[in-house]
Design a protein around this ligand. Sequence first.
Ligand SMILES: [Zn+2]
Length: 329
Amino acid sequence: MNIVWFLLVFLSALPSQAECLHRGPNVVLVTLDGVRTREFFEGTDPYHDAKLDPSERGVIFKTLWEKHAPKGLVFGKNGGYRIASDVAVSLPSYQALMTGHSTHCQNNHCGRVKEETVLEAVRRELDLKKSEVAVFGSWKGMKDSTARSSRTIFRSVFPDFKPYPGDRTLRKFRNASIFDRPGWSGSRKDRYTWDMGMHYLKTYCPRVLYVSLVDSDEYGHEGDYPGYVGALRGYDTYLDTLMGTLDGMGAYGKDTTLIVTTDHSRGEAEGWTSHGSKPDSEKEVFLFVKGPKFAAKGITASQATHAQIRPTIEKILGIKVSGQALPQE
Ligand SMILES: [Zn+2]
């Protein structure tokens, strides 16, 4: 056997790293914390443009609008898509998103969700391994919203001190996030959450992956408009990379539905730094969905709410549907 032939046989016997088995439909959910529909649909806010370099003004989710939105459905253009919690606050909204209805949580201190979440229901009904339903979250509150039990699904949420014995890459990103801290407490930088999530997607091929990002909201609370806009442009790049990755994942990627949304909007004008006060407009958000069961038409006038995300995930994965799913057009 000559050396070339030997190498060919040897290499073909190694598992291909990017190859995921197609075991049925998959869902990737991404949430971007505290993003206004204003910036999502139209771009930078003229009210705040003076804070930006002229080159930074204008459309923000450029790649999403040009390349990806036409291949899916976008809800919320004229206030047609709303959150499902009583208040426009993170934990109440994430709990409602995960359970399919308001849990009547009113603030970020109401504790862990008390009922089975959609992520836990998926694992139980499909009899999946714990590793097949995974959450990567920048904000500590994702521990209180994504699962009723700390043992049912795989989670890497700040603060994360898991040893990751079999995975040097996850360990490397996690360690870096501990030393490279953001300017606020309660979360790690999104770049680490994102890198861990993308590594997990390619390596473990989960049936459901949820990546929850928070830099946008933190910059908002800091009153840092350029930081907020910069975080959003970063998300635009992340989402483009994610969709490119899925496109390169064969049958697994083809049968994966991507859902992108935010947990709440923010106030207007000088009130943009906070949310959860009175204006009803803070409950008006957006949702982008792209997958084999959804029409490719871009912006839709159909009305929907966060309460429909859970039933949508259930319907896609073929388990018991607990409510009204999103319109597929
Ligand atoms: Zn939030």
